[in-house]
Design a binder for this molecule. Structure first.
Ligand code: NAD
Length: 475
């Protein structure tokens, strides 16, 4: 049996060895979870909510321990790690409170008087959830509580780089909470991800565009549905009438939060010419103040943690180096930090353009590339010049104009005078456009009904001996 070696991004040491599952084990676990699903479904929304509630309590009681595990396996700053158990609780509470209502039978009006109509939302028996490394707890939590609440059993596969915190939360469901055996975890890389797709009835995938496409093709050959939440290259547009102080603070946080390793992180900034110089000056000053490091011993003494993987560090380095080679200027940061660990300095780049990888490909690092634009129309054109369409933000003193302009942005989520925060409003749907994904990942009715299949039910209200359209034709 082989192991996954989990490496500390902050100092390169080995922090755990985790056994890799075999394909046969994935198949066996899938069969076991599936066989337990019917009883789980029959508990009904209230019964299932009760188990989710006990799980919620466990997460709340163990938040600090989970934060420490997340920091160890990702190297992120405490402030970023601390958001994960908090967010998990928000999501679980949301589905406990709203799942039953959203799953309730619908009773559309019949167009024929003596018929009664019902739409039942019946769960897919087994849902597969495959997640990346950037938020080890948040990523599975965005999908799994909704699927469980819908009545599905869930087979999860975390990233091979960050399997620890999620494994602990699944262990708690099974051992501490003692909940029904309908939530399982398998570990491994691509082969095990493929085995998950091969053994479930619906798959929800979060990760890169390349892998998402492979998952969609594999799901298509089995004729099972898939939801995909993929990359982003989220634009921020700063208009001349914006509150500059707020725009600078918001853009800097939106670009560097979670060390920039967020699909909804700001990756490109377009600033109207009249305020461009001042905006750049202010963001450079504030970027210099950001404290780099992983503050395990002294929480909240660092702002930006390490990159979670060496490969991601190398991507960020390459994007910055390519941009500089093509004429961009680094105003602050620009290179990996000295010493151990996979740290990249918060970086502000100017004189960038759309021929550069830093403006076209997902950088997923603490980099703020800024372009000067003549007006809002030029900003909109450039913002939409991307294969991605996840989130975007507009910063302006005229909120209505911000919303109106935002309707022209090809993105699944828009913030006016804020960034990355639509995900905290769980009545809003979250889903990417263009190459950023397929379907709504979470939020509102579509975030839970996706784990169900509608069953159309028709019942008579009167039973005459025959119907006009039955035999014999012609009466
Ligand atoms: P990845 O695509 O390499 O891996 C994601 C997951 O898929 C991992 O668990 C991996 O083991 C698994 N996997 C790999 N090959 C597979 C295959 N052939 N079949 C099934 N599963 C397979 O992505 P990553 O490097 O872990 O994460 C980074 C990417 O994820 C970035 O591109 C980022 O934009 C994206 N991401 C998107 C969101 C979002 O919500 N849109 C959130 C986080 C990350």
């Amino acid at each position: 049996m082989s192991n996954l070696t989990v490496t500390s991004p902050s100092d390169g040491s080995t922090i755990a060895e985790v056994p890799v599952n075999t394909v046969a084990e994935v198949t066996e676990l899938a069969a076991r979870l599936r066989s337990n699903q019917q009883a789980w479904q029959e508990l009904g929304p209230d019964g299932r909510a009760e188990w989710l509630g006990r799980w919620l309590e466990w997460i709340a009681q163990n938040a600090e321990r989970l934060i420490a595990m997340i920091q160890a396996e990702t190297g992120k700053a405490y402030g970023d790690a601390a958001s994960e158990p908090g967010y998990a609780q928000l999501v679980v509470s949301y589905w406990i409170q709203n799942g039953g209502r959203l799953l309730a039978d619908e009773q559309p009006q019949s167009t024929i008087p003596h018929q009664r109509l019902i739409i039942e939302h019946s769960p897919y028996p087994l849902v597969g959830v495959i997640t990346p490394w950037n938020w080890p707890l948040t990523m599975p939590m965005l999908d799994i509580p909704a699927a469980l609440m819908a009545g599905s059993a869930v087979l999860s596969k975390p990233s091979e780089f960050t399997p620890l915190a999620w494994a602990e939360v699944v262990r708690a469901w099974q051992e501490e909470v003692g909940a029904p055996d309908v939530l399982g975890i398998v570990n491994g890389g691509a082969e095990i991800g493929e085995a998950v797709v091969d053994s479930v009835d619906m798959v929800q995938f979060t990760g890169s565009v390349r892998t998402g496409r492979a998952v969609a093709v594999r799901a298509a050959t089995r004729l099972i549905p898939c939801g995909l939440e993929l990359g982003g290259k989220d634009p921020a547009i700063v208009l001349a009438d914006a509150d500059l102080e707020r725009a600078v603070n918001g853009v800097l946080w939106g670009a560097c939060v979670n060390t920039g390793q967020g699909c909804s992180a700001i990756e490109r900034v377009y600033v109207e010419a009249p305020i461009y110089d001042r905006f750049v000056e202010m963001i450079v000053d504030k970027a210099k103040e950001l404290r780099l490091g992983t503050d395990v011993a002294q929480p909240l003494t660092r702002d930006v943690g390490s990159m979670a993987t060496r490969a991601q560090l190398e991507i960020v380095e390459r994007h910055v180096a390519d941009a500089v080679a093509a004429g961009a200027r680094v105003l602050v940061g620009g290179s990996r930090a000295e010493g151990p660990g996979w740290y990249f300095e918060p970086t502000v780049l100017v004189d960038v353009d759309h021929t550069m990888s830093v403006m076209r490909e997902e950088t997923f690092g603490p980099v703020v590339p800024i372009m000067k634009v003549a007006d809002a129309d030029e900003a909109m054109r450039l913002a939409n010049d991307s294969e991605f369409g996840l989130c975007g933000s507009i910063w302006t003193g005229d909120r209505d104009r911000g919303i109106a302009l935002g309707r022209r942005l090809e993105v699944g989520a828009l913030c006016v005078n804020d960034a990355c925060v639509t995900n905290f409003q769980l009545d809003l749907p979250s889903g990417g456009w263009k190459n950023s994904g397929i379907g709504v990942r979470f939020g509102g009715a579509s975030g839970i009904l996706k784990y169900t299949r509608p069953r159309a039910i028709l019942s008579t209200l009167e039973e005459p001996a025959t119907e006009p359209h039955w035999y014999p034709f012609g009466g």
